[in-house]
Design a protein around this ligand. Structure first.
Ligand code: ADP
Ligand code: MG
Length: 695
């Protein structure tokens, strides 16, 4: 049987049904999947080293003997660390594993066993160690090989050596090699390797290119990474051009109500707010549907900008809806709208999960006859019965909580309404290019005047009593505070203080202070009651899980204390921090670190002391933790890259983006002969809707 790339892996010589099933469980189903299972590093045996010569940062290969294997728990947690001590004639070094590669992995290593270690030397508190190195058996008659040896992620029953052998056999067996998928002109202009050559070289590199390969900078890497980015960018470019070609409503150039609203405010709009609104205005009058993301740090005044847009819709006789991720936020927006928009003649309504059937009926009627101008709510807005007379503008607050599908449903409640999406998660520009590639972006990068910057301190668990004392002092001065915990209950068997338990302890310890408790498992009525009490200052300290994360606005709250800060991403910490610093009093953020945090984690959390700028925090977070951790990255349909890395490969991302947008600019329908293969590939990767944009 002729082997093709799409052939089931079990038909590859040397595989068979049993091994095939094992591969399949690890996501490798076809021969092509196997080829795309790229090495995670390369071993250069000629550059083999001894232990005494190692320096932090070196990527090395060395032969050593196992001295001992031990394991212990990390700090007070139940996380288990495995520790394999190895030595050669020159010295010894520890190999640490913070997770088990697969069941039974450590049983392979008995004292005295010879292993080959390949990995990066790490500095841990002034001492060198390997963290998660590759440990390979040494073949008895192993001769030093004059080649770079690819190292694959191993699995039970699938050693790196075995995977490598099978991949090499693919190159011999496959007859029907894929043709080049990128336009030849592009390959030529950018001096990229051909696809097949790149495939081959990634698995069988030239012996002399060790460093380039281990840094993901070889020509083969460049080509494969470029291609991963290119398909994504082409997809985004086609989506964007499709949106641009749709017909939309052209709102009138009338700003009477806007002027009235602005005149009624006790403050002036910031320049950034005016600029963002100016961009929105233009879109709304253009006759094409707006798809705009307004990005601005917490407290930068996005809500007001969205209200101005709503008024503009109203003056052109269109309805607006605003969807918020939680009831608390929906209600907050509703209260604001009542305060600001009703005086200038807008009828507003609130729709959430707890709206009673009778009210719903009334809402349905008033939406249909146009009596409600502005509907604010939660997910309830996407329910089938919610039908507008003429929906012209959809506003979504805190976009990352909603999936793309929900955006689609809202869109269908009007005929191509304008979309305004507001997010307080400052997405690093690097990521924004991919995640939001199909949206136009306005950035509000200026805070309203008169805010004092929040002072942030990172402290150890041991300093907690002192921090609490400070918090109580602030409360006695009339301020309010948040204390945030990462977990609600001990659902995981991890020793974390949880909100409920700590709420009780604190209440007992400080009987004069009024504590409130808020967590995700409470009913929404209960949550609202607590929030209302906090807003009305009937509660001094709100002990909570991260449910207060977005948008909550209580100006008298000046302390944000976060327990186990190490469990949070920086962007999330930044969001939480943004709950304070909203009034005239100086605000503080105290980040408490649990026991046994690594040096790296400490450095990461301490970055919060250095800046109040959400964009800087986000960039740093992205570099350290990678894009997968970013809110929204997953829901947004961002594909998992096999090799590309948004931070490391940013230059290639830009190159790919320019190339993709350029092709669509020259051939908007992708109808030229040399581009037909692009259409095919988009369909294959992104499904039948992928071509909606190009027709
Ligand atoms: P965001 O949604 O961007 O986090 P909000 O829209 O909730 O921020 O605004 C935070 C607070 O700042 C609100 O109380 C709002 O009334 C106020 N605010 C908005 N714009 C200004 C401004 N230009 N000057 C002073 N205060 C403002
Ligand atoms: Mg907001």
């Amino acid at each position: 049987m002729a082997l093709r790339l799409e052939t089931d892996i079990q038909y590859l010589k040397g595989v068979g049904p049993k091994l095939g099933a094992l591969f399949s469980r690890n996501g490798i189903k076809t021969v092509d999947d196997l080829l795309q299972n790229y090495p995670r590093a390369y071993e250069d045996q000629r550059a083999a080293r001894n232990v005494a010569s190692l320096k932090p940062g070196d990527v090395v290969s060395l032969k050593a003997k196992v001295v001992s294997v031990s394991s212990y728990n990390m700090g007070k947690s139940t996380r288990r660390i495995y520790d394999i001590m190895i030595r050669d004639a020159s010295g010894q070094i520890r190999c640490k594993f913070f997770r088990t590669p697969y069941k039974g992995y450590f049983e392979r290593f008995q004292p005295g066993k010879e292993v080959r270690v390949v990995g990066t030397v790490t500095d841990y508190r002034g001492r060198i160690e390997f963290h998660h190195p590759d440990l390979k058996d040494i073949e008895p008659e192993e001769a030093i090989q004059d080649a770079l040896i690819p190292i694959y992620v191993e699995n039970e029953g699938l050693s790196s050596t075995k995977i490598s052998k099978l991949i090499l056999s693919v190159f011999e067996q496959v007859k029907d090699w894929p043709i080049e998928k990128l336009p030849l002109e592009l390959v030529k202009n950018l001096i990229l390797l051909g696809r097949n050559e790149a495939y081959y070289k990634i698995h069988q590199p030239e012996a002399d290119a060790g460093n380039l390969y281990n840094e993901f900078k070889s020509e083969a890497h460049k080509r494969l990474i470029f291609e991963e980015f290119f398909w994504l960018e082409l997809y985004l470019a086609s989506k964007k051009s499709g949106l641009k070609s749709e017909k939309g409503f052209a709102f009138k150039n009338a700003e009477l109500k806007n002027k009235a609203l602005i005149a009624s405010l006790p403050f002036r709009l910031t320049n950034a707010q005016m600029r963002a609104y100016g961009e929105i205005q233009k879109d709304l009058e253009s006759g094409k549907p707006m798809n705009r993301l307004v990005q601005g740090d917490v407290g930068s005044g996005k809500t007001l900008v969205s209200f101005l847009s709503c008024l503009k819709a109203h003056e052109s006789n269109f309805q607006t809806c605003l969807m918020a991720p939680t009831e608390i936020l929906a209600e907050q927006h509703y209260r604001n709208a009542e305060k600001l928009l009703q005086p200038v003649g807008l009828n507003t309504a609130l729709l959430t999960g707890k709206t009673k059937p009778k009210e719903r009926k009334e809402i349905a009627e008033k939406l249909a006859n146009g009596d409600i101008h502005f509907l604010i709510g939660t997910h309830a807005l996407i329910e089938e019965w919610v039908q507008f007379q003429n929906l012209g503008l959809v506003i979504i607050d805190e976009q990352h909580r909603f999936g793309v599908a929900q955006r689609g449903i809202l869109k269908n409640k009007g005929s191509s309404p304008h979309f305004l999406i507001m997010t307080a998660t400052p997405i690093p520009r690097t990521l924004a290019m991919t995640v939001n590639g199909d949206l136009d972006v306005s950035i509000i990068d200026e805070m309203p005047a008169g805010r004092t910057p929040i002072q942030t301190r990172v402290i150890n668990e041991t300093k907690r009593p002192a921090a609490l004392k400070f918090l109580i002092e602030q409360v006695e001065k009339g301020r309010q505070a948040y204390v945030v915990y990462p977990l609600v209950e001990e659902s995981e068997k991890i020793d974390l203080k949880n909100a409920t338990e700590e709420f009780e302890k604190l209440s007992a310890e400080f009987p004069k202070v009024r504590f409130g408790l808020l967590h995700g498992k409470m009913k929404s009525v209960e949550k609202d009651a607590v929030m209302t009490e906090f807003r009305e200052h009937k509660i001094d300290v709100l002990v909570s899980t991260t449910v207060i994360e977005v948008g909550v606005d209580v100006a008298n709250a000046t302390i944000m204390m976060i327990e186990h800060a190490e469990r949070f991403g920086l962007s999330q910490l930044h969001q939480l921090r943004g709950r304070v610093g909203r009034g005239q009093h100086k605000s503080f953020c105290v980040l408490i670190m649990g026991y046994a945090v690594s040096e790296e984690t400490r450095t990461r959390i301490e970055f919060m002391e250095k800046t109040n700028d959400g964009f800087k925090v986000a960039e740093f977070d992205l570099q350290i933790r990678g894009p997968g951790e970013f809110m929204g990255a997953k829901q947004s349909g961002l594909p998992g890259f096999k090799m590309a890395n948004l931070v490391r490969d940013f230059d290639l991302l830009k190159l790919a983006r320019d190339a993709a947008f350029d092709i669509l600019a020259r051939d908007p329908k992708l109808s030229k002969k040399e581009h037909l293969v692009l259409r095919e590939e988009l369909l294959k990767s992104y499904g039948p809707n992928a071509l909606a944009g190009v027709g």
